[in-house]
Write a protein that binds this ligand. Sequence first.
Ligand SMILES: [Fe+2]
Length: 240
Amino acid sequence: MKKILLLGDIHANYPALKAIEQYIRPDRFDWIINTGDFTVYSTFPNETIKWFRKRKKAICILGNTDLRVLRILKGKKLKKPSKEEKRVMYFWTSENLRPKNITYLKSVPEQTEFTVGGLRIGIFHGTRLDPDEELVPSAPETRYRQLARGPAFQVHIMGHSHVPFYKIVDGVHFINPGSVGRMFDGDPRASFAILNVGSGKISVEHFRIPYPVEEVVRGLKEQKLPDIYAKMYRIGKKLN
Ligand SMILES: [Fe+2]
């Protein structure tokens, strides 16, 4: 039996990541997956990246927010997002990332795969076909069928929608652990999942755990970042 910790959409919320670490002890896992969006919207991108950088068992991909930060660092123009309060979060992140973490982020792929007990597991930020797709459990069955076809991944681990779910379509397992650090559903607790794989069998457990939200609020206030984010973290909802 292999135990795999599924994390994603941390968005630089290190207090939430630490709370998960204290709750589950990551060292007992065979792998630690991160479905992307290490950065942006809270003030701990360096602590978050370092946490993964120092773990040999970590398998990470980039998300759309990380790609935009890398774009800024390359001196390219940032077309999206257009809202000033969002842009400020991206520029703050790119200005405050430490060189070692920038080098690491540049080395992380946009999608990857690995094999456990004969099962081919793909890791995608959005979906296998579109890194910006926000796949939710209520998406049409036909979309799941399309994703299940083609390259024979038996398991798809995805992020981006921030919606935790587990669904089996045409024998293919679709798992989203939800967002560690930026909730959209009105529940401010951190979300993550555990995937157990053994002799062809799969089981998934989802968790929601509390974390010190006020540490995130304090970080935002200290850096004089838009007040709307403090409110978002407190209520666990997207407001912009
Ligand atoms: Fe995200």
